[in-house]
Design a protein around this ligand. Sequence first.
Ligand SMILES: NC(=O)c1ccc[n+]([C@@H]2O[C@H](COP(=O)([O-])OP(=O)(O)OC[C@H]3O[C@@H](n4cnc5c(N)ncnc54)[C@H](OP(=O)(O)O)[C@@H]3O)[C@@H](O)[C@H]2O)c1
Length: 261
Amino acid sequence: MTARQVALITGASSGIGEATARRLAKEGFDLILVARREERLRELQAELEKEFGGSKGLSVGTMVLDITDREAVRSAFQSQKDLKIQDLLKRLHVLVSNAGLAKGVDPMPEAKVEDWETMIETNVLGLLYVTRFALDFIKPNRGHLVNLGSVAGRWTYPGGGVYCATKAAVLAITEGLRLDLQGSGVRVTNIEPGKVSTEFSLVRYKDPDRARKEYEGYEPLAPDDIADCIAWSVTRPPHVNIQEMVIFPTAQASVTHLVRK
Ligand SMILES: NC(=O)c1ccc[n+]([C@@H]2O[C@H](COP(=O)([O-])OP(=O)(O)OC[C@H]3O[C@@H](n4cnc5c(N)ncnc54)[C@H](OP(=O)(O)O)[C@@H]3O)[C@@H](O)[C@H]2O)c1
């Protein structure tokens, strides 16, 4: 019997990451769930173990981690004390670098510099830290890195300049990884969604009413729609690399063209 493959998902406490954890558990992956909110990770771990554990064989570990803390990320991989996580890391095949956020939509002359720092530290540096230390474990041949970019990485919109810059960086980092890993058999994929209904807008606007309005009058993508794309990418035969997927809701024709009823 071949050992079960392990997927590590950052940002598994909410939205796309949480949906991806559920979907990959169903596909037969063991999981390492990463985020800062411990309680949410524990609830998801318990739910998945109940549904897919026992005779179905699922093993789930949690890493409570702020990915912007370089030394904490280093230590989580290089000095991991938890024996279950140590075992899971030995079988690490898939890294889903999903943790990310947007802060504010202020025009650049009025924007908060702290918001820019948070976005760059999380979406770019945090993703790089996790990728670098996870790569020591990712298996050649069956390994797969999946990055959560965005349509914002291809097209810039007003008030989104710095968020869009971070996602353009994710696209370039993804391409760089694919070039540098060529020959290893490790696949590298960039997933680029349009509007997905998650906590993303609440984090961005810090205003529940404003966040709710973001998804009113049309059908946005659901986290499951993106989890579907990720699951499909990582379950292709080993010689097939889905390099990029751009996914909009049908009502959204571009980053600035959205039809609401
Ligand atoms: N929603 C959209 O419309 C959309 C569109 C395109 C791309 N995306 C991208 O998709 C990804 C997932 O977003 P989502 O929509 O699912 O948003 P979400 O529901 O807000 O989830 C974001 C996740 O990132 C985690 N996270 C944020 N900062 C972190 C940090 N410093 N350390 C560890 N984890 C951190 C959060 O967990 P904790 O708070 O518990 O740490 C949470 O689990 C992001 O990269 C986002 O940019 C979203």
